[in-house]
Each structure stands twice: as C-alpha cells, then as structure tokens.
Design a protein around this ligand. Structure first.
Ligand SMILES: Cc1cc2nc3c(=O)[nH]c(=O)nc-3n(C[C@H](O)[C@H](O)[C@H](O)COP(=O)(O)OP(=O)(O)OC[C@H]3O[C@@H](n4cnc5c(N)ncnc54)[C@H](O)[C@@H]3O)c2cc1C
Ligand SMILES: *[C@@H]1O[C@H](CO)[C@@H](O)[C@H](O)[C@H]1NC(C)=O
Ligand SMILES: *[C@@H]1O[C@H](CO)[C@@H](O)[C@H](O)[C@H]1NC(C)=O
Ligand SMILES: *[C@@H]1O[C@H](CO)[C@@H](O)[C@H](O)[C@H]1NC(C)=O
Ligand SMILES: *[C@@H]1O[C@H](CO)[C@@H](O)[C@H](O)[C@H]1NC(C)=O
Ligand SMILES: *[C@@H]1O[C@H](CO)[C@@H](O)[C@H](O)[C@H]1NC(C)=O
Ligand SMILES: *[C@@H]1O[C@H](CO)[C@@H](O)[C@H](O)[C@H]1NC(C)=O
Ligand SMILES: *[C@@H]1O[C@H](CO)[C@@H](O)[C@H](O)[C@H]1NC(C)=O
Length: 674
C-alpha cells in the first residue's frame, strides 16, 4: 500500500512541470475613477451579490443594451481574496465568523436543549459561495421532478417547461466546465465519474483537488462493506451510493471557483454592469397604482451603506431581482410590505401585498459527526506540520470530497414500512401542531410537501448523506446528515429596522422522524468506521458509552447536531394557495416585476448540497428574464436620490464598481479592474 507521503511526493514532482500561480500571489489591477457617481436608474436592480445574484448579473449584462446594478450588503472581499481562493482556506483561513459573515444564530431550539445553532452566511461578493465547502453535488431526478410536479397543473404549463429534471440538469451543466482528475490521482484513489454528466465550457470550474489523502482511497470499499454500494456515475440524477465528489475548483491554479471568480472576474470590462458592495437593500418601493392586472409595480430600490448612513434610492426601469438568499430575500420582501400580515403588523411595516408564505416553510439539513483517532496521515497533519509542501497551492487545493448518499433500507436493514406508516399517521396532527404559522395556505403547503417526502422520497430517494472530514491532525470524522426534514420552521423580521437581524426558527427535531433518522444515521456511520478496520483508531465522539436509542438521542440534543448550512424553502415556488411566494417564472405573487431567484425558492430540501441547483435557478432566471421582462411605465420610475446624475447615463466604469462611501447627494466610487 502506498502511503499518503508517497503520493504527495509524486504530486510535488508533477507540480514542477506545470505552471501554477499561487493563490497568494494574486495581483489585482486597480483603477480609481472619479468623479464618482452611480446612475439614478437601471433596467435591472439585483438585490444581493451572492451565488445567484452574480450569475444573473453576468448573464443579463451580456446584452449591452440593458443596464444592471447589483447591490451587495457585504464588502468586495478583495482584502481576504487569498484565503477565499485557496480551497483549503475553507478550513484554515475561512471567512466564517468574520465581518464577511452575517453571523446569524437561530432562536433557542427547545428540542436541542434550548441551544442556539450558528448559521454562517456569506456577506461578501459571491455570498455563501465564497465560504462554502465547494462540494458539487446534484439532487436526484425524482426530487427535481417532484418540485416541478408540486407547482405544475399538468403537462405543458410554464412550470413543466421551466423546471423538471431535464431543464434543471441542462442549466446546472450550463454553469460548468468539468476537468477530469489527472491520471496519477485516478490510479491512487478510486474516483468514478462520467464526463458527460458534467458541463463543458461554462464559467464555473468543476474538478478535483491536486492530491488525495490515503484514507480517501478506502472510502468506497469501506462503505460497500457496510452496505452502501459505490456510485460510479454521480451527479447524473442518481445520488445513491458512495463516491469521491468533484468540487467547484479551478485546476489551472488550484483556486476556488465561485460565482464571483467564475462569472464576474472572468469578464472583460462591461460598461453596463455596476456592482456596489457595502450597500444593504432596505426595501423596494411600489407605485401608488397597481397595473392593469392588479399587480403592484416596483419602481425603485432603497438602500444604505450602514445603519447610520443616509438612505439612497435608485430607480428601476424593468425589474427587481431579489437574490439575498434564504434569509435575505424573505427579509427584503417583508420590509417592503409583502408577507404574512401578523409578521408585518408586529414589525410595524405597512402591508402592501398579503402573502402568508414569505419566510415560512424554512427547512435545513441537520448533521452530527462521529470522530475517531487515526494512525493515518490526514490533511490536518500536513497542515499542522508547516512543511514546505503544506504551503504549496497543491496542498492548499485540499478539500474534503468523500461523500455517500444512503437510503432508508440501509439505515433500517429493510424498507422501514412501519416507520413510514408512523410518519403518514402523524401527518394531520403534525400539520396542526408543528407549522409555526397556521395560515391555511401555509398549512396546505406543509401537507403537500409532507406527502411528497413521506410517500415518494422515503422509499426511493436517499435519506442521509455521509461526509468524511480529514481536516484535523490524527483524527477523522464522518458526518451523518439528514436530508428530508419533516420539521419545518420560519424566518421573520421583528423590527422595521433593516439592520436588525431576522429571527430564525428552524424548529429542529420538532417532528419525531427527524430524530429517528439521525439516530440510525449515527449508527450507520459507526458501521462504516468499523469497516475501515485498523485504519481508524478509537472512537472519540460520541464515544463507546453512547449506544442505546435514548443515549444517542440525548447526545444529539445536548451536544451534537450542527447544520450543513442548507436553509431553503423561505420563498418557495409553490402554488399561492399552498403558501407559495413565487410562481414558475420566479415572479412574486401580487407583484408585476419582482422576482426571487436564489436558494430560497426550492419548495423542499434535496438530498444534495444546494449550490449546483442554485446555479441552475440563477441560469434559468436569466433566461426567463431575457425572454420576457416587465417595462415599468416611464412616469412611475423612482427618480433616484443622487440627483446629480443623468438618469440614462451609465458611467464609463469598467469591471467592478466599488462604492467606498456615500455623500449626501453623490457617491464616491472606485472601479476595480480584476
Ligand atoms: C459554510 C457553508 C458551507 C456550505 N457548503 C456547501 C457545499 O460544500 N456545497 C454546496 O453545494 N453548498 C454549500 N453551501 C450552500 C451554498 O453555498 C448556498 O446554498 C448558496 O450559496 C446559496 O446561494 P444564494 O445565492 O441563495 O445565497 P448567498 O450565496 O448566500 O447570497 C446571498 C447574498 O445576498 C446578500 N444579501 C442578503 N441580504 C441583502 C440585502 N438586504 N441587501 C444586499 N445584499 C444582501 C448577502 O450578503 C449575500 O452575498 C454552504 C453554505 C455555507 C454557509
Ligand atoms: C485562476 O485562473 C483563472 C483562469 O482559469 C483566472 O481567471 C483566475 O483569475 C485565476 N485565479 C487566481 C487567484 O489567480
Ligand atoms: C427551554 O426554554 C423554555 C422557555 O424558556 C423552557 O420552558 C423549557 O423548559 C426549556 N427547556 C429545556 C430543556 O431547558
Ligand atoms: C486501503 O486502500 C488501499 C488502496 O486501494 C489498499 O491497498 C488497502 O488494502 C486498503 N486498506 C484497507 C484496510 O482496506
Ligand atoms: C438501497 O441502497 C442499497 C445499497 O446502496 C441498494 O442495494 C438498494 O437497492 C437500495 N434500495 C432502493 C429501494 O433504492
Ligand atoms: C445515470 O447513469 C447511470 C449509470 O450509468 C444510469 O443507469 C442512469 O440511467 C443515469 N441516469 C440518468 C438520469 O441519466
Ligand atoms: C404607513 O401608512 C401610513 C398610512 O397610510 C403612512 O402614514 C405611513 O407613512 C406609512 N409608513 C411607511 C413606513 O411607509
Ligand atoms: C427580535 O428577536 C430577537 C431574537 O432573534 C430578540 O432578541 C429581540 O428582542 C426581538 N425584538 C423584538 C422587538 O421583539
């Protein structure tokens, strides 16, 4: 058997034959432009420059005839670029917990012994794609088709044309450029892939790290021995089984490929695209009169650089696209007077459009890890060594990638028909007692989703994800993450002040089935650990003393349970009468020209990380908007507060526009050529 050290040497040698540019040697060309200003109106204003927002900005501005403004609450991130660009930076120089993170916490969770759970979210250009763990993992055909079915009234309607597996798969691929692992890596670790299952020529680079850790070589065989067979063609619509997942990684220089680097930095200068960091969207402004179809028209967007600075407004000539993510987008809707009446009234926000579903239906992926000591080398050992190799771009390309998706039969040693029946029997009572907001529409949505996951997904779609982590020295950890929660919560504003954080209540473990799946998941993880044999040492957590159902559940409540950071559902694409927020064109019900296009629109969780599907939503949103978008009547477009500028003039600013500070009537703008 070759040790990790052997393969490392092989890669160091290999590296000398190629030209790598170290992430830390990144040079940005910078140009300061003055006099500063932004235009007083734009065709499209995108609220949130995260994963989805920058994809849409890039696609819409392909048409030189339209003007696009992105307002991003966070900073550009240029100050911390080296840490973000290095894949291993996700662990060793992460922006989690810094000013580039919203640093949310949930309210105390009664079923987690009143613990609060930390919810990092990117507050930076690129959003959470600048801090995520880069796993490139897709949902299954069945899940994506069920999403279409739940909004579709039958074949051939808009829902069926815009969504469903074929369309979503096409859009996921459109975002990608796949680069296969090199031969050395392939012979060392059993990486199965079919290149046809990925895109080619798209902006986001998809590949594998420069080297592998020995323990990875035993992943699929250990899983197989534990009862979960390998998946030899992951990401083509079947996720069941164990595999080494690709990552959003650029193998030409071993950097993170995220929405900013892929979709914005790669562009030649575009005069018609302005991106303003440090600009928090407060709300959009609605015209006094609805349009002829009775829908309200967004005419402008209000924003501010911080709580103390003056509010600015910018006019909207076509559409507002909300891309603030599953916490930011419902917040912006609620602050604009679009949402559940009880929430808006309590927060003293005037109701413009009553839409009970905004912020409801919030779901997340819970996870808990079993940790063992190991005599094998881990990435953590290499990192801690401070060796020359540990400083190279090749080592810094390290990212965890061993995953598995496990079905209910594997977790219960059988089809678990009795468990499924218990879940079905609890459906009506759950809909009465567990839905945070008892608006009839929201309850109907809960039932529709419940039926989908209990009837369709439980028997036929993976229920648990396993992820192996090798980032600590002399330790290995395998996470068990529940994929289809029956516990559903909500997020809401409790103040009209946009700088007050939203309330987040996922109601973790409010439904018994979630706890049962997690408990069985921890047991299955242990059997994988056992299948690793002598490669793993003693169990460190939860430790051999934790065995019975009661002990495992207590451990999960008291000390385990983290999140995979996959909140979704808070602006669900569902029929309005099922608590939906957006329709199949991503348009907000009751509004003529406001869309939500980000990871908040999935009606339910997938057995997958959310980035790949979110790229697809953003690509599809761009296509839909290019095909048909609203024209705000000239006379109602908001004038804009920076009166000094000519309404139709775009500044001749190439690349990224960086807003440093606001004056009272004009803005100080720096353009960065990257
Ligand atoms: C720590 C972590 C690890 C993850 N790991 C993975 C992984 O390995 N693989 C994977 O597929 N997925 C992963 N995810 C999930 C994935 O990154 C997200 O699902 C995805 O980024 C969501 O995209 P989005 O556009 O909806 O939101 P985001 O990318 O979060 O973007 C939202 C943007 O809107 C901005 N914003 C919010 N409110 C306002 C406002 N009022 N005004 C202006 N701007 C605003 C935010 O600052 C942010 O930039 C991870 C997430 C986290 C947090
Ligand atoms: C990595 O390479 C890509 C081209 O493939 C380039 O656009 C990007 O700027 C590079 N990133 C760094 C940090 O050098
Ligand atoms: C959690 O907090 C609530 C409200 O303060 C309290 O009623 C409950 O007893 C607490 N639960 C636990 C397990 O401490
Ligand atoms: C681990 O994988 C390597 C490489 O495939 C193999 O040689 C070795 O026998 C495996 N070890 C165990 C304990 O499975
Ligand atoms: C469940 O998973 C096991 C192991 O991967 C597989 O053999 C079995 O066919 C799966 N069952 C279903 C119903 O998909
Ligand atoms: C994915 O690939 C597997 C194996 O090659 C194949 O059986 C399956 O039909 C494919 N699924 C889709 C949706 O193409
Ligand atoms: C809410 O509506 C009232 C009555 O129309 C109005 O006076 C007030 O200014 C509005 N508040 C906001 C924040 O728009
Ligand atoms: C809003 O909710 C937070 C908890 O998220 C709480 O600390 C705060 O006191 C609440 N504010 C109001 C005005 O209710």
């Amino acid at each position: 058997m070759r040790t990790g050290n052997h393969i490392l040497r092989a890669f160091v040698l290999l590296a000398t034959h190629e030209s790598f540019s170290a992430a830390s040697n990144l040079i940005y060309r910078r140009r300061i432009v003055s006099p500063p200003d932004i235009s007083s109106s734009y065709d499209y204003v995108i609220a949130g420059g995260g994963l989805a927002g920058l994809v849409i900005a890039s696609r819409l501005s392909e048409d030189p005839a339209v003007t696009v403004l992105v307002l991003e609450a966070g900073k550009s991130g240029d100050e911390v670029a080296a840490g973000i660009n290095a894949p291993a930076g996700a662990y060793y120089s992460s922006i989690v917990g810094t000013d580039y993170d919203w640093k949310y916490t949930t309210v105390p969770q009664p079923n987690l012994n009143n613990r609060t759970i930390y919810w990092p979210r990117g507050k930076i250009l690129g959003g959470s794609s600048a801090m995520n763990a880069m796993y490139l993992v897709r949902p299954t055909v069945m899940e994506v088709d069920a999403w279409k079915d739940i909004i579709s009234s039958g074949d051939g309607d808009t829902a069926a044309q815009n969504w469903g597996w074929d369309k979503v798969y096409e859009n996921m691929k459109k975002s990608e450029n796949f680069v296969p692992p090199n031969q050395e890596l392939l012979t060392y670790v059993n990486i199965d892939y079919e290149a046809e299952s990925y895109g080619s020529g798209g902006p986001m680079q998809v590949s594998y790290p420069a080297f592998m850790i020995g323990i990875n070589a035993n992943w699929t065989s250990a899983l197989d021995r534990a009862g979960c067979a390998p998946n030899t063609n992951p990401n083509n619509g079947t996720s069941l089984g164990g595999y080494i997942a690709p990552s959003s990684i650029n193998p030409t220089n071993w950097t993170r490929s995220y929405s900013r680097s892929a979709y914005i930095d790669s562009l030649p200068p575009r005069d018609n695209l302005h991106i303003l960091p440090e600009s928090t969207v407060v709300r959009f402004l609605l015209s006094n009169q609805p349009d002829s179809s009775g829908k309200q028209i967004a005419t402008g967007v209000e924003f501010a650089s911080n709580a103390e600075s003056p509010r600015m407004t910018v006019g909207v000539r076509k559409e507002v696209i909300l891309a603030g993510g599953p916490l930011g987008s419902p917040k912006m809707l609620q602050l604009s007077g679009v949402g559940p009446k009880d929430v808006l009234e309590a927060a003293k926000v005037n109701v413009s459009v009553e839409l009970p579903g905004v912020g409801q239906n919030l779901q997340d992926h819970l996870t808990a890890g079993v940790t063992w000591a190991t005599p094998q080398e881990t990435a953590g050992n290499i990192h801690a060594s401070g060796s020359e190799f540990s400083q190279t771009p090749e080592f810094l390309s390290f990212i965890n990638d061993a995953v598995a998706f496990v079905n209910i039969s594997t977790l219960f040693n059988g089809p678990a028909l009795e468990f499924q029946q218990q879940i079905k029997d609890a459906r009506d009572e759950s809909s009465r007692t567990l839905v945070a907001s008892q608006y009839p529409e929201v309850v109907e949505g809960y039932k529709a989703i419940y039926d989908t996951i209990a009837d369709k997904f439980l028997p036929d779609v993976p229920q648990l994800e396993l992820l192996m982590s090798l980032i600590s020295p002399s330790q290995v950890s395998i996470q068990a993450a529940m994929q289809h929660p029956y516990s559903v919560g909500r997020t809401y504003i409790n103040s009209s002040d946009p700088f007050v954080p939203v309330v987040i209540d996922p109601q973790y473990y409010s439904h018994f089935a979630d706890m049962t799946i997690m408990r069985q998941g921890v047991r299955f993880v242990r059997s994988v650990g056992a299948a690793y044999g002598a490669l793993f040492g003693e169990e460190i957590a939860p430790g051999p003393g934790v065995q019975t159902d009661e002990q495992l559940e207590q451990w999960l409540r008291d000390s385990a349970a983290n999140t995979q950071y996959h909140p979704t559902g808070s602006c669900a694409m569902l029929p309005k009468e099922k608590g939906g927020v957006v329709d199949a064109d991503l348009l907000v019900y009751g509004l003529a020209n406001v869309r939500v296009a980000d990871s908040s629109v999935f009606p339910f969780e997938f057995a997958a990380h959310l980035a790949s599907a979110t790229y697809a939503v953003a690509e599809q949103a761009s296509t839909l908007i290019k095909q048909k978008s609203y024209n705000v009547p000239e006379e109602v477009v908001t004038g804009g507060s920076n009166k000094g500028s000519d309404a139709n003039r775009m500044m001749a600013l190439p690349g990224i526009v960086h807003l440093l500070a606001f004056g009272l009537t004009s803005a100080m703008v720096t353009a960065w050529l990257v």
